[in-house]
Design a protein around this ligand. Structure first.
Ligand SMILES: Nc1ncnc2c1ncn2[C@@H]1O[C@H](COP(=O)(O)OP(=O)(O)OP(=O)(O)O)[C@@H](O)[C@H]1O
Length: 651
């Protein structure tokens, strides 16, 4: 017996196993029923066949009956013909009688002769009647012969009819015999079929009875099993109802769970946001700390970093005698530079020295932290200082295939601000200014020869601004290139010799980075001033006159003012002489406060430039090594007695 075990789990974690022995009994019952129905089907088929045979026999019987009817019709026709023939025979007989009567009359010649004679004698009228009687007689004879002929034909027909009638009778007898035989056969077959049918039905009945008995027995077993299944069914129904209730309650439970989850999420969000606030507070505190540390560092190191770059010997300068030996480097210390001047080896110590082979990228890496600090809101100044041809423009602007600090700084700013998105939104604007002979010119404006002025903001903030100074917002390298091209073009249109002119003027690239944090509402504003200073060589000592002298005086004045400002800031003087030159006045907000300044001192390796290199390096070293001076008040007194702290630029 097959035992089928069904097992399932319900939410109440119940499991039940049910033995379905009744199922097998059901299977047996079904198979018996199937067998029976097959037998019944077979019997039905047999019965149909027999019925078909019966119908066939009936059809044959009907055909035979029709034939008999047809034959009967023929017989009836023949009988009619026979009757007609008999009638004609009768008529013939009558004719014969008439003929005989006639012949008998004819056999009485005398009488006729007498009559004839009588007629002949008596009258022509009688003769006429005789002729007519003869003609009538003739016609009757003809008629008689026709009748005779007809009689003969009729007799012949009669014979034939009689013959065919006897044939038909014989045939009818044959058919009747056949019919009787067929009917007998049919009846016998019907009888045997009936018997067969009864036998089969009886057998089927007996079989069905026994099978029914078996089925009943199975059914009783199934009933018994059903009785045992009922408790399991009750349990299942109970479980089902329980599940149903749970399903009905599910939306409510789900809603409740969602509400709880929402509450938890809100709580977590609240916690996270308070943690964020805390982090933000810590971040701001760290930023302030960093700022303080930086300021402290700057204060300790001096608020200006001074780097030095020695340019390589250019192609046309290779014939210069023992050029390489004039400027040498310390392999163990990259902050030291040796310069051989009149047989004397001078040592200069700076924050870092770039040898001739230093790349633009290496130089930029050293200044990039300063560049990025303007994103945090610092004001930054990077100067390139040195005599004409020492490589200032190369370091600041570079060449198209190897750009300098200006372009690299803007590229770095773009990538840095894009990394801070989307929290921070930055706007980067650039201006280009030239200071020539203490005159300020807007290099990005429509009219480059227009002179600009520096003014105090009317809002009383103490901030300076340049009315009419053009500012371009830049977002890509293409924008930078366009701005630089425009600046160069404007600078070139305003002078006859660009190289000479650029050596005698200061070029400033002013980059403003304004940031806004949409989540905190925090705003920053930093300024980056990239300055390519005019050549620092001492022209006055070579006896320049006229416009050259004026140019030299202006350059000297502005460079001296720059030195004085740096010195005053570093010495924490209460008064810083920003207004002494256009350059320092313009850069006031980028030199004061907690701004950051870097000076790149450019040095030429050529022997002929050694004395200028010495001057530049001495100036750089002084700027770097100026010690914190006396208090601001005492310093102010000192200021009144000495107007310049830049000994190299005494005009
Ligand atoms: N590091 C360097 N590597 C290669 N070539 C350099 C380097 N520095 C400067 N030069 C080359 O030296 C020459 C003079 O440089 P540059 O014009 O930059 O000097 P400068 O100080 O800006 O002069 P000026 O004051 O006249 O503008 C240029 O031909 C420049 O390409």
């Amino acid at each position: 017996m097959t035992i089928l075990i069904l097992e399932w789990s319900n939410p109440l974690n119940k499991s039940c196993a049910i033995h379905f022995s009744c199922v097998s009994q059901l299977f047996i019952f079904c198979s018996v029923m199937l067998h029976l129905s097959q037998d019944v089907e077979a019997l039905r088929g047999e019965l149909c066949r027999k019925d078909e045979e019966c119908r066939e026999q009936e059809r044959r019987l009907a055909a035979l009956e029709q034939q008999v009817q047809e034959r009967t019709g023929v017989i009836v026709q023949l009988q009619q013909q026979l009757e007609e023939a008999a009638q004609r025979r009768q008529e013939l007989q009558l004719l014969r009688d008439g003929e005989e009567t006639l012949s008998r009359q004819a056999a009485l010649p005398l009488q006729v002769k007498y009559v004839t004679k009588t007629v002949e004698v008596e009258s022509a009228q009688s003769k006429q009647a005789l002729i007519e009687a003869q003609a009538h007689n003739q016609a009757l004879q003809e008629q008689l012969s026709v009748q005779r002929q007809l009689l003969r034909e009729l007799e012949q027909q009669l014979h034939e009819s009689q013959r065919s009638s006897s044939q038909l009778r014989q045939q009818i007898l044959v058919y009747e015999g056949e019919m009787e035989r067929a009917q007998g056969q049919l009846e016998a077959e019907m009888q045997s079929l009936e018997e067969e049918k009864n036998r089969v039905i009886e057998e089927a009945f007996i079989r069905a009875e026994s099978e029914m008995k078996a089925v009943h027995e199975n059914l009783a077993g199934v009933r018994m099993n059903l009785l045992t299944l009922q408790p399991a069914l009750r349990t299942l129904t109970c479980d089902y109802n329980c599940l149903k209730r749970q399903v009905q309650d599910f939306p409510y439970m789900l809603e409740k769970a969602i509400t709880e989850a929402k509450q938890e999420i809100c709580q977590v969000i609240g916690e996270v946001s308070s943690a964020n606030q805390e982090l933000l507070r810590k971040y701001k505190r760290e930023m302030n700390l960093r700022k303080k540390c930086h300021n402290e560092l700057v204060r300790l190191k001096g608020n200006i970093r001074v780097l030095c770059r020695v340019r390589p010997v250019c192609a046309g300068e290779t014939d210069a005698a023992d050029t390489k030996n004039k400027v040498t480097f310390d392999p163990d210390d990259d902050a030291v530079l040796y310069l051989s001047n009149k047989g004397k080896l001078m040592t200069f110590e700076l924050d870092k020295v770039f040898p001739t082979q230093a790349t633009q990228e290496e130089v930029f890496q050293e200044v990039q932290s300063l560049v990025t600090s303007c994103i945090d809101g610092f004001n930054v100044c990077i100067f390139a200082y040195g005599q004409t041809g020492s490589g200032k423009t190369y370091t600041m602007e570079g060449v198209p295939e190897d750009p300098g600090i200006n372009q690299r700084a803007l590229r770095l700013l773009f990538s840095e601000v894009s990394e801070k998105k989307p929290d921070w939104d930055y706007k980067i604007t650039v201006s280009m200014v030239e200071i020539y002979n203490e005159t300020l010119r807007n290099l990005l404006g429509d009219n480059p020869s227009e002179k600009l002025d520096i003014k105090m903001c009317p809002d009383g903030s103490g901030q300076l601004y340049v009315p009419g100074l053009t500012e371009f917002t830049v977002e890509s390298v293409e924008d930078i290139n366009k701005v630089f091209d425009l600046g160069h073009m404007n600078r070139a249109t305003a002078c006859t010799n660009l190289n000479e002119h650029s050596s005698r003027s200061h070029a400033l690239l002013i980059v403003t980075v304004a940031g806004f944090n949409s989540s905190t509402g925090h705003r920053t504003s930093g300024k980056l001033n990239l300055v390519d200073l005019a050549g620092s060589e001492r022209i006055t000592k070579s006896g320049a006159e006229g416009s050259r002298l004026r140019e030299a005086q202006c350059i000297n004045k502005s460079l001296s003012a720059l030195g004085d400002v740096i010195n005053a800031l570093r010495s924490k003087h209460s008064h810083v002489p920003f207004r002494n030159s256009r350059l320092t006045y313009l850069l006031q907000d980028s030199l004061s406060g907690d701004s950051k300044t870097l000076m790149m001192v450019q040095v030429s390796p050529l022997e002929s430039n050694v004395s200028e290199s010495v001057c530049s390096l001495k100036f750089a070293q002084r700027v770097r090594s100026v010690e914190i001076g006396p208090s601001s008040s005492s310093r102010r007194q000192a200021e009144s007695s000495s107007t310049s702290s830049s000994p190299t630029h005494d005009a």
